[in-house]
Write a protein that binds this ligand. Structure first.
Ligand code: HAM
Length: 441
């Protein structure tokens, strides 16, 4: 290798570039989700990607996989602050709600979208930088709002045309109930100490509930027969859980109760849920969340009931791709071919007018023969070509050619009448632009 050739740099493992046309499909997914959230009264909030490390240790729990081994934590060399790239959004959202007193006056329905960071082993559906759409409701004790969040997700699956996603729910009760269950669970698991795997041994006294979530086939038998938290719930927790189920049934939402659904973050209580699919290999959870009534107080705020969920954008996009098949870039409405100085100036002007009318107008750049320019228009799948030579330009006219309808042929018309003509004749006089006309993602 030539010693002066600079070394090519690569993106970090597990942190992906989202390229076109994929990135445009992401933007449409985000727009569909935002519109769905708007109809339920949720407002966007934008939060920092970096937070003080203790926020996550306290919120997520010191003895969780995320905090123990997955956080991108570092010391800011400029001032010695201990910082972490956010592994999830709930902690930061709760911090912002407390810091700005958002929930002091009225309940807050909030959502955020953006990258999260976890140092996991990358595989299909699992990345080190991944993206969530997170939704949080503060100040409402539920279970009505819990159910509303689940209805919202069901609507989103419908609007995205996704069918094979199943809902699992569970109740984690209240801290005292969990404490009694925990004591019995530890005693039960100690009876099998020789058969517990290394992970379970390590968690036995720190986070035994998570042992029940083990994927190790050798542990399944032990986990299946372990004391179930649901059997430890008191009347209030049972009523909360029963109400949640009743609202879901009334809304015709199918679900199964999965007593082993324990979640990997410590802040949950009462109802928790996951939407899972069989179409994504090992990473089956598309969307997950639940109630976390203790978190705001635990982070120093006034006691505030809360509930939320986050969906994994990569996983959702993989499902949509599996379901859609095609992933072609959107073709332009109009391709403008032009040659000559006057023609070029008119082409710029006409293209702007087409964009004013909401169309995707692609102006040919880089010169070349009309033949080469028309070839480009064809290969992009444009609906129309607008052809402008100096001859047309001199009289303020253009040639319009349909590339999809041969009977239309090619017509000469005044440049200032062009966008009105196309809208009237081909796009139903819509003024909203062609991207809306296509729908879907
Ligand atoms: P979580 O279950 O850790 O919950 O993550 C939510 C979703 O993010 C998962 O169901 C999955 O779709 C996606 N996800 C998680 N890790 C990865 C990864 N490494 N690669 C790709 N996708 C991933 C939370 O984060 C909670 N903050 C949810 C919540 C909000 N609970 C209450 N409010």
């Amino acid at each position: 290798m030539n010693p002066s050739t600079p070394q090519r740099l690569q993106s970090i493992r597990g942190m992906n570039d989202i390229l076109p046309p994929e990135a445009a499909r992401w933007a449409r997914l985000e727009a569909i989700a935002a519109d769905c959230l708007r109809r339920y009264g949720y407002q966007p909030i934008r939060l920092p990607v970096v937070e003080p490390t203790p926020l996550f240790t306290r919120a997520i729990g010191a003895v969780t996989d995320i905090v123990e081994k997955e956080m991108y934590s570092f010391v800011d060399s400029l001032n010695g602050d201990e910082l972490t790239l956010r592994p999830e959004g709930t902690a930061g959202c709760a911090r912002a709600v407390i810091q700005h007193g958002l929930a002091n006056q009225s309940a807050q329905r909030l959502y955020y979208m953006g990258p999260m960071f976890r140092h996991e082993r990358p595989q299909k559906g699992r990345y080190r930088q991944f993206h969530q759409i997170g939704v949080e409701a503060f100040g409402l004790p539920g279970p009505d709002v819990d159910a509303e969040l689940i209805l919202l997700t069901r609507r989103l699956w419908r609007e995205l045309g996704l069918a094979d996603i199943r809902l699992q729910i569970n109740s984690l009760g209240q801290p005292e109930e969990r404490a009694r269950h925990r004591a019995d669970l530890i005693a039960y698991l100690e009876g099998f100490s020789a058969r517990l795997d290394a992970d379970a041994q390590r968690r036995l006294h720190s986070n035994p509930l998570r042992i029940l979530d083990s994927k190790n086939p050798e542990m399944q038998d032990i986990c299946a027969k372990a004391p179930k938290l649901l059997d430890y719930l008191g009347a209030e927790s049972l009523a909360h859980f029963a109400d949640l189920q009743r609202i879901l049934r009334d809304a015709d939402i199918d679900f199964v109760i999965n007593p082993r659904l324990v979640r990997g973050l410590d802040y949950y209580n009462h109802g928790v849920f996951e939407w899972v699919t069989d179409n994504l290999g090992a990473q089956s959870a598309v969307c997950a969340g639940g109630r976390y009534d203790g978190l705001v107080a635990q982070l120093g705020g006034k006691p505030t009931p809360a509930c939320g969920f986050a969906l994994g954008v990569e996983r959702l996009m993989a499902l949509i791709a599996a379901h859609d098949g095609a992933n072609a870039p959107l073709p332009p409405d109009v391709y403008l071919a032009h040659q000559g100085g006057k023609a070029s100036r008119l082409a710029f002007d006409v293209a702007e007018k087409l964009r004013d009318a909401g169309m995707d107008a692609r102006l040919h750049c880089g010169g070349g023969s009309f033949k080469a320019q028309m070839k480009k228009a064809d290969s992009l799948g444009a609906a129309f070509a607008v052809i402008i030579g100096d001859d047309e330009a001199a009289s303020g006219e253009v040639q319009l050619k349909s590339l999809r309808d041969e009977t239309f042929g090619q017509r000469r018309m005044r440049a200032d009448a062009l966008s009105g003509f196309i809208l009237d004749h081909f796009f139903n006089n819509s003024d909203t632009g062609r991207n809306n006309r296509h729908g879907g993602i």
